[in-house]
Write a protein that binds this ligand. Structure first.
Ligand SMILES: NC(=O)c1ccc[n+]([C@@H]2O[C@H](COP(=O)([O-])OP(=O)(O)OC[C@H]3O[C@@H](n4cnc5c(N)ncnc54)[C@H](OP(=O)(O)O)[C@@H]3O)[C@@H](O)[C@H]2O)c1
Length: 248
């Protein structure tokens, strides 16, 4: 039986390439996008290009209602997920609150919302960035995120405060959001270990997409390959680029 993957922000950029490779490798792929028409169009485009099995799913990672509706639809279709790729992200023009909501709270919302549909032994891949390295944060937040005793609730509370315009973490909202995502990855890995679900963060490197711009050194194929490591990783709770651990 084919395995099923769901890729958020799968309608363009790195997410679309991840979806394409998985479809080519024989996976059933749910191409999730916040805009239903764009998700469907990307799924159609990729079906044509790969001959694979892909379908669009409307899913805005910043909305509890949208995640719940997507989960209900998938449940109605008796779909189970073997690999969740939390790829959707924003940088730059987005307001700080939107950046935190999308890049850090979004993967948590989607993972928890789809958790009943994830098979035991599934993987969750959170797409991170080198800009989220702890070394970029002020000492207080470096300690806070690195603390092995950090709980999910404490992390979420700190993110809500940051999104409300609270004190910064010594870096911009994007760097803070990805540093938090790395910590969240560690926390979720421990929480989901009893079900054999592996949770890792993978960094694509600096990639030529709408986000990365045309001067980025990496192709979308190279970036996607680095992300895809998380889909089959045997480890859990780590941060990786090109299949090698990097500092969180
Ligand atoms: N490009 C790089 O150099 C680079 C480097 C390090 C990490 N990353 C990370 O890699 C991931 C993909 O980046 P990319 O370069 O492919 O970016 P991109 O080309 O700008 O694509 C971003 C994707 O995220 C989606 N998205 C944004 N907000 C969303 C929301 N609320 N709900 C659902 N989808 C949403 C976008 O959907 P719409 O089409 O609807 O806007 C789009 O599909 C991001 O997490 C990014 O932070 C990228």
């Amino acid at each position: 039986m084919a395995k099923t993957a769901l890729v958020t922000g799968g309608n363009r950029g790195i997410g679309q390439e991840v979806a394409r490779v998985l479809a080519q490798d024989g996976w059933d792929v749910l191409v999730a996008g916040r805009d239903r028409a764009k998700a469907d169009a990307a799924a159609a485009r990729l079906r044509k290009g790969t001959g694979g099995r892909l379908r669009g799913v409307e899913l805005d990672v910043t909305s509890d209602a949208s995640v719940a509706a997507a989960a209900q639809k998938l449940r109605d279709g008796a779909i189970r997920i073997d690999a969740l790729v939390n790829n959707a992200g924003v940088l730059g023009r987005a307001a700080a609150a939107q950046t935190i909501e999308t890049n850090a709270l979004g993967p948590l919302r989607v993972t928890l919302g789809l958790l009943p549909l994830l098979r035991d032994g599934a993987t969750v891949t959170n797409v991170t960035s080198g800009l989220g390295e702890l070394a970029n944060l002020d000492a207080e937040h470096r300690r806070f995120l690195a603390d092995p005793a950090l709980t999910r609730d404490a992390l979420v509370a700190a993110l809500h405060e940051l999104a409300r315009g609270g004190r910064g973490w010594g870096t911009d909202a994007y760097g803070a959001s990805k540093a938090a995502l790395n910590a969240l990855t560690r926390i979720l890995a421990a929480e989901l270990a009893p079900r054999g679900i592996r949770v890792n963060a993978t960094c694509p490197g600096w990639v030529r997409t709408d986000m990365g711009g045309r001067n980025a050194p990496r192709s979308v194929e190279e970036g996607a390959a680095s992300v895809l490591y998380g889909v089959t990783a045997a480890e859990t709770g780590g941060v990786f680029r090109d299949g090698r651990r990097i500092p969180p």
